[in-house]
Design a protein. Structure first.
Length: 388
């Protein structure tokens, strides 16, 4: 056998290492590619369906969202009011709020019958309106909306009147609503149309109707008519909820089932968003809360549902997304779970939020929150959407 010299051993070793130097990167590349392929295969797939029924697009969503992991984080960047507030920053009973194109915040104080205005940094600017029944005065103010097209602030009052102001606070006019009707709320859309929820005056025809009028209160059409399902009083009975998005589209839901309807500015139903869900039972504590302060006569008229409605309410963002507040709770009952639907109507995710989030605009979430002592605070959160 031929003896191996030290140089030949070194030569063979270096040759082997050189070969592995070429082979190892190849194995590493194959390993990375396989991992990437596996991750691509594991990317969540939406399991709903999109069909067309006549001119209406119907999006049917499963119980589970597309993403189970968190899709957003919230970082508080503004707080107005609360227990330590003083002077103009003190609130009595606020709800709702609106935000204009300059990010000024308009907060309706129902108890004081005025609207406080703050700039985007939270600095107090002015108060609009005052208690009374004369020009520029408010009585039982209950709802505000902003007509961005005309730079108008519109205040609905439970005495059947709308008050119009400029966003700078100048009083413009009052508009009386239809005599003989029972308006339950009202907003103005970007085309200056007036949308009303009206309750039936006839006790034998119990229903709630959403009506549309032009700016001079000329009737356009009934948008939706919803029957009241029970003869007795049921605080957990489904009740219709609606809002108007930034395009002027009418977004409506009657939570007898989990369906959200979207109507365009020509009063055409264009999309229905549906979701399979499990009803949430009404608890004994919830029943007791309503029974506690009622007279025996009213208690006799109660007809409690065994389960809650499909959802409570919803709010909209400026990109066409819908956030639906369910009856499910998180964090020891301190937060409600909100279902997030993208602008197509696909059920994307779920997120726990404190009551009452009002709107999401320019990736800022605006909310009205209340502590255990009843002090209210306007909060704004920067929304960070996580990569999915």
């Amino acid at each position: 056998m031929k003896a191996l010299s030290l140089n030949s051993v070194r030569k063979d070793r270096n040759s082997a290492l050189e070969k592995w130097g070429y082979i190892c990167p190849l194995f590493l590349l194959l390993f990375i590619s396989a991992g990437a392929s596996a991750r691509a295969e594991q990317k969540p797939q939406w399991k709903g369906s999109i069909t067309k029924e006549g001119d209406v697009i119907v999006i049917r969503n499963p119980k589970e969202p597309l993403y189970k992991e968190p899709v957003l984080t919230l970082e508080e960047d503004l707080s107005i009011g609360g227990a330590q507030a003083k002077d103009e920053y003190v609130f009595s009973r606020i709800d709702p709020l609106m935000v204009d194109e300059l990010d000024n915040i308009f907060v309706l104080d129902r108890k004081e019958n005025h609207i406080k205005v703050f700039d985007k940094s939270g600095k107090y600017i002015k108060v609009i309106g005052r208690r009374g029944q004369g020009p520029g005065e408010l009585d039982m103010a209950a709802m505000i909306s902003i007509n961005a097209g005309k730079n108008e602030l519109v205040v609905w009052q439970m005495n059947g009147r709308l008050a119009f102001f400029t966003l700078d606070g100048k009083f413009l006019r009052n508009q009386m609503l239809i005599a003989g009707e029972l308006p339950l709320n009202a907003k103005v859309d970007p085309l200056s149309n007036i949308i009303l929820t009206v309750g039936a005056m006839d006790p034998n025809k119990k229903c709630v109707t959403v009506k549309k009028y032009d700016s001079n209160m000329n009737f356009i059409r009934d948008l939706k008519k919803t029957p009241i399902l029970k003869a007795g009083f049921d605080p957990f009975e489904p009740y219709p909820y609606w809002d108007i998005d930034s395009n002027g589209y009418f977004v409506y839901g009657f939570p007898k089932d989990y369906t959200i309807e979207i109507w365009d500015t020509q009063n055409r139903l264009i999309r229905k968003i549906e979701r399979a869900y499990d009803p949430v039972d009404v608890t004994g504590d919830e029943r007791e809360r309503y029974l506690k302060n009622l007279s025996p006569g009213l208690k006799a008229k109660l007809d409690f549902s065994a389960a809650h409605s499909a959802f409570q309410r919803f709010f909209l963002d400026d990109q066409g997304m819908v956030f639906v507040q369910t009856w499910e709770k998180a964090e020891a009952g301190k937060k409600f779970i909100f279902d997030i639907f993208d602008k197509q109507g696909k059920f994307m995710a779920r997120v726990p939020l404190k009551q009452k989030p009002q709107l999401l605009k320019k990736n800022k979430l605006y909310s009205i929150e209340e502590d255990e002592e009843g002090y209210q605070t306007v909060k704004r959160y920067a929304v960070n959407w996580l990569n999915q």
